[in-house]
Ligand binder design. Structure first.
Ligand code: FA5
Length: 352
């Protein structure tokens, strides 16, 4: 009687173990492993009798043991088969799903639309090629800046009126969405030292009234060259190369004095509007598109980057990349860029 109880308890434990193992098995291969573990030649159920004291049992208890063993074998076989069927069904459903993605099927018309580079990305890529040809490096820079980076590092202290011209979005952690790519000047100079030649294209943000030539989110491309003996002549030479390469034809520009706290002297380089030929239109206003403010790097900026202004000088410029894309592609209203209207993008050819 005692033996019968012991066998019943062993059978119960084994059944629980089988159930627990099967609950973990998800694939047909995993279920097969469990089948081998219990019902294989050396399986725990197959050899259940061997692993117990069956041989020593009195004849009447042997009968009971045999019944319990059969019950266990049936239980194991049924449960394992059930799990194998389920795993096979799941596997075939997944395979069917996988088979639905057939990369060799010819594209239908709906999928044949090829993408194209965004006009701003296109112009940015052109600028990078032009400047790399002149030995400039291309740097990435953060869109989210410290107040020091965006303003103080480029000689705009807290009480300076120039801050009003670049009203911006402040974050809760007292960082700002940068108003200009000039914010990266001192960081780049500190990292690489002088001499230095680099451009840093990127997105800028300002709290602006939106109109055909002003957006709250737009792109600039900063350029910075610092070396011994750099003058306005170097600046003008580089500007001429830039415009010649971008427009591939003669364009009319004007250089006029401009004030920026981080350059001295400072200039505004305006492009005679390619839409109206200088007569004045909604895109430009008075016939001239403000495109590339520039100047010689202010000594304070060099000092902020630990560079001696008595030894080194430099020029800097900030191309309005979005406006350049407008002029290059004949887009008369800056608001198209952020409108999310795919028809705007579809008009431009892919880069490759
Ligand atoms: C600046 O941002 C200076 N950091 C540029 C600079 C760099 C000057 C280095 C001297 C030396 P400004 O605010 O003018 O300058 O902007 C530069 C260009 O960005 C403008 O000429 C214009 O093309 C473009 N820009 C400015 N604000 C907007 C706007 N709201 N939407 C579209 N383009 C803009």
């Amino acid at each position: 009687m005692q033996e019968n109880n012991r066998t019943a308890s062993l059978v119960k434990t084994m059944k629980e173990q089988i159930t627990a193992d099967l609950a973990e098995a998800k694939t047909p291969e995993q279920v097969e492993q469990i089948r081998i573990k219990y019902l294989g030649k050396k399986g725990l159920v197959t050899n259940f009798a061997k692993n117990t004291d069956f041989a020593k049992l009195p004849p009447d208890e042997k009968k009971n043991f045999g019944q319990q063993l059969n019950d266990l074998k049936n239980f194991a076989a049924e449960k394992i088969q059930e799990s194998a069927d389920n795993a096979a069904k799941l596997d075939s459903a997944q395979n069917k799903h996988r088979r639905q993605i057939d990369l060799t099927v010819p594209l239908t018309a709906a999928f044949q639309r090829s993408g194209s580079a965004h006009p701003i990305a296109h112009v940015q890529s052109e600028l990078e090629t032009i400047f790399e040809g002149m030995g400039f490096c291309v740097l990435d820079s953060p869109e989210c800046e410290t107040e020091y980076g965006n303003f103080e590092s480029v000689n705009i202290p807290a009480d300076h009126p120039a801050r009003d011209m670049q009203d911006t979005f402040w974050l809760q952690n007292e960082m700002v969405l940068r108003t200009h790519t000039s914010a990266n000047q001192v960081r780049a100079l500190k990292r690489f030292g002088a001499p230095f030649r680099g451009i840093f294209p990127g997105r800028c943000f300002r709290y602006e009234s939106i109109d055909p030539s002003h957006e709250n989110t737009f792109f600039q491309c900063e350029g910075l060259m610092v070396d011994k003996g750099i003058s306005v002549a170097n600046l003008i030479g580089v500007m001429k190369t830039l415009l010649g390469e971008i427009f591939k034809r003669d364009v009319l520009v004007r250089l006029r004095p401009g004030f920026f706290p981080f350059v001295e002297p400072g200039f505004e380089l305006d492009l005679n509007c390619l839409f109206c030929g200088g007569k004045g239109c909604p895109a430009c206003g008075d016939g001239w598109m403000e495109l590339i403010p520039c100047g010689l790097v202010h000594p304070n900026v060099l000092r902020n980057a630990d560079i001696d202004p008595n030894e080194y000088s430099g020029f800097a410029f900030g191309v309005g990349l979005t406006r350049l894309a407008m002029m290059k592609f004949g887009i008369r209203d800056i608001r198209y860029f952020n409108s999310g209207d795919v028809r705007v993008l579809e008009q431009f050819q892919p880069l490759v």
